[in-house]
Write a protein that binds this ligand. Sequence first.
Ligand SMILES: [Zn+2]
Length: 268
Amino acid sequence: MAWFIAAIIAGLIAGIAYNLRLLTGAAAVTAFCIGCLAYGFGQLTFSVPLVFFFVSSSLLSRIQNDHKAGAVLCVAKPGARDSVQVLANGGVPVILLLLWTYSQEPLFCLLYVTALAAATADTWATELGALSSGVPRLIWGFNKVPAGTSGGVTTLGTFAALSGASIVIALGALFLFLEHGYRLPGTVLLVMLGASLFGQLLDSFLGCLVQVKYRCSACGSTTERKEHCPDRPVERTAGIVAVNNDTVNFLSVLASVAAAGFCIRLNW
Ligand SMILES: [Zn+2]
């Protein structure tokens, strides 16, 4: 019965996202599978934070203003998210969900929620930060950079990261108590929040220092895309070719999980 409900709800959400062109076809199938696993194995404790992450990120990506329209030109993959982007954020949570299912060890649930909080912090910071009228500054060196540059941070984006991560952690803690009776100490919640923001910070650092960047030979813009102006080549100006935004997202989520796991295991 749980799997039947899971398939209907995940199918509905993935279907709507596909219809709104938030996800490509393959990404919708990937998201459907992750959603089914989350509710089928983890019930509300695992599916509510996941749905919150996905729906809130999708809605925020639809909010537009002039500042954001400028920022979008720099972003590697505009438009519908593809399956690699879904897995860059959802891959680590799925592994933690399976570890929980196998072991019923509460730690894996805490790490799962931390991973989703980190992904939410990153998406909220990106989507809301891009709306900001303030000029972003590079996290490394504090130089002013064009909106949409990886590694650029704004006050609005930082506040958004904190808010998004807090809500995900609160939802995870609430349902962990309601469904499993675990009452998490405030210190554990703070460790989870701290670890997810650490992931978001690392995301900005890696985006700034390691991620590949190109310059368009036609208009001179710095961009993460391999194509910028039509039929004009781009040249690499910084970063490692193999490290794109998806790699950075994946590593940041993984790092926040490692940090949370280390601190929780050390203290409790
Ligand atoms: Zn160009």
